[in-house]
Each structure stands twice: as structure tokens, then as C-alpha cells.
Design a protein around this ligand. Structure first.
Ligand code: SF4
Length: 334
């Protein structure tokens, strides 16, 4: 197997808050191969977005900081880079798109200016070639009337069109890794499907890797090769997408899947996962999911389960899968 493009190991990202120390990301490890798409799934407050911001080194300072861990991109630990070095990687090699494009687009500049600016900042395309590439990027993301859109301002476009612009900007410098944080959440269902199809096609055509952050397990099957499920700042299960959807191991993953509308049988009430993710300043002792778990054991209240390799492609953190019951394929993950 090729070396991973991105390897995150033991990442801990904390925040000092008036309510105490918030351990938003608390020991996250995963890897992403070149050309692979991985989804990080979980409810609000699980630490997904902070994981992505940590990779970009855009954690809001001074309250937020990376406590420990490594983020290796193409063999280089991003946490060792200076701010200037990291700036040149952002946008050029790693790009990010967010949920609400209006917060990322500047309302006083035309779309054409903003796409060209993204390219010029990184010195790859200049002058006329930048304008012509801006036009072809808009075509590539399926924008109708790209010549007109180049002259328009963000407020003149619909939400779906603005998200296409953001994707065009993210792709402007042909990044090797795209981080997409809830890229379709603010859009209506039809446009969501179009944007997901677009992202999947672009990923396939360009060969870039993609990390998709989402709270919606329903969209994962359309895009991702594999999935990491996050709960309370930790990854509780990692698996290839199809395996995860057909045979989830962790009770939290099982609950998320059972509550998908398409999984409910006709005439039956939709399953609801009771409770909410606890605040990151007060993670419970033991398994952080224990007060919501219908399969909880006595040990779960006091002892945190470690990430355990279940088979060649899956890992899980849950006392239901103890070492002695998986002789031969048990390995504590770092
Ligand atoms: Fe449930 Fe215990 Fe597994 Fe946590 S460790 S998910 S409480 S069974």
C-alpha cells in the first residue's frame, strides 16, 4: 500500500473556556490514502469540525491550541511548520470548503476577482491565464453562464451557486487534499445531491483525497470510501463505508444508522437516539457514550474503552469487543 497522504496520530485540540478546559478533540488518529475519500461523522459537538480546523491549523487562538499529536501530510508534520510555510500549503495543497459560503466569500468583490485572487495568492496562474482558468473552473463545477457569474457579486447568487463558487476556489490551485466541512447542510435537498455528485466526480477526475465532515450518515454512502464515527472528541469506530452501513459495531453507530429515515420500516416509528453529546468541558468518566447506551456493561461507567482493531479494515472502541473475545485479530491501536 502507498504511504498515506494524511496521517493524524493522537491529536488533542483543547480550548480554554469560562466553563473550564474543553477537550474538543481528544486523541484522534486516522489516515487517508492518496485519492481516497473519508467521511468523519457525528452529531454536533463531537469534534469533527475542530479536527478539520486542526489539520488546517486554523484553530481559533488564543483560546484554542493543539495539546499534542502529529498531523503528517505527505510525510511532513504540519505542526512543525512555521505560519508562513503553513500558509503556502493552505489553498495550494490543502483546501477547505465550509457549510455557509457567504461567510467565506467577500461581499464587496466579484466572483471573478475572488477566484483569480485565490490563484494569484499562490502564484500558480497569472494574468489572462488566471481569468481563463477562473472561467473554466466555473464550468467545471457546473455553473450556468460562467462569463456572467465572473462579473457578479456573492449576494446575486443562490446558496447552491455560492457553494459551487467556493468549490471552484478550493480547486483553483489543484489541491491534493480537500477538507469539506458540512458542504451541503445549508442547501435544499435537490441542490445537496447535485453538490455531492459534483464533489464525487471532481475527486475521481482530479485524484485528490477528500475528508468530508458531516453529521448526516445518509450522505456518506454516496461519496465516501471509508468512515470514522466521532463521539465526544474521539473516534469510536472506523470502517469501510459499505461495511459500516451494513454491519455497524459500536452502539452509537448502530443508533445513528437505525435513525436514518430510509432504514425505518413502513408503519414503524422512526428510531431516535436519546440524549445529547455531553459538553466537552465535562466528558463523563469511562465510556463517554455510557449514559446513552442501551448495551452498557458495568465496566463502561469507569473504564474508557481503547481503540481496538476488529479486523483488517475496522476498528472500534467499545467494551463489547474485548481482547479475549477476538483472539488473533486484537491489537491496540496507537
Ligand atoms: Fe456501550 Fe459500554 Fe460500548 Fe460504551 S463501551 S458503547 S457504554 S457497551
Amino acid at each position: 500500500m502507498n504511504p498515506p497522504l494524511l496521517q493524524v496520530n493522537g491529536l488533542k485540540t483543547y480550548f480554554n473556556t469560562p466553563a473550564g478546559l474543553s477537550k474538543a478533540v481528544d486523541g484522534v488518529s486516522f489516515s487517508l490514502q492518496p485519492g481516497e475519500t473519508m467521511a468523519i461523522v457525528g452529531e454536533s459537538g463531537s469534534g469533527k469540525s475542530i479536527t478539520a480546523l486542526s489539520i488546517m491549523q486554523l484553530v481559533p487562538e488564543p483560546a484554542g491550541y493543539i495539546e499534542s499529536g502529529t498531523i503528517s501530510f505527505d510525510g511532513q508534520d504540519l505542526l512543525d511548520l512555521t505560519w508562513e510555510q503553513m500558509r503556502s500549503i493552505r489553498g495550494r495543497q490543502i483546501s477547505m470548503i465550509f457549510q455557509e459560503p457567504m461567510t467565506s466569500l467577500n461581499p464587496v468583490f466579484t466572483i471573478g476577482y475572488q477566484i483569480r485572487e485565490a490563484m494569484l495568492t499562490h502564484d500558480k496562474f497569472k494574468g489572462e491565464s488566471a481569468t481563463s482558468r477562473a472561467r473554466s473552473l466555473l464550468e467545471r463545477v457546473g455553473m450556468p453562464s460562467p462569463n456572467k457569474v465572473l462579473r457578479q457579486y456573492p449576494h446575486e447568487l443562490s446558496g447552491g451557486m455560492r457553494q459551487r463558487v467556493m468549490i471552484a476556489i478550493a480547486l483553483a490551485n489543484e489541491p491534493r487534499l480537500l477538507l469539506a466541512d458540512e458542504p451541503t447542510t445549508a442547501l435544499d435537498v435537490t441542490i445537496q445531491a447535485q453538490i455531492l455528485t459534483l464533489l464525487r466526480d471532481l475527486q475521481r477526475d482530479t485524484g485528490m483525497s477528500m475528508l468530508l465532515i458531516t453529521h448526516d450518515l445518509g450522505i456518506v454512502s454516496q461519496v465516501a470510501d471509508k468512515v470514522a464515527v466521532m463521539y465526544a472528541g474521539q473516534i469510536v469506530e472506523q470502517s469501510p463505508t459499505n461495511t459500516l452501513l451494513s454491519n455497524p459495531l459500536h452502539p452509537y453507530t448502530q443508533g445513528l444508522i437505525a435513525s436514518l429515515p430510509s432504514r425505518s420500516r413502513r408503519g414503524q416509528e422512526l428510531y431516535t437516539l436519546e440524549g445529547v453529546v455531553p459538553p466537552p468541558t465535562r466528558w463523563p468518566a469511562g465510556c463517554r457514550f455510557h449514559d446513552r447506551c442501551s448495551k452498557r456493561l458495568q465496566i463502561c461507567d469507569s473504564q474508557m474503552p481503547l481503540a481496538t482493531k476488529y479486523d483488517d479494515t475496522r476498528s472500534v472502541s467499545c467494551h463489547l469487543y474485548p481482547a479475549q473475545e477476538m483472539a488473533g485479530n486484537q491489537e491496540r491501536l496507537k
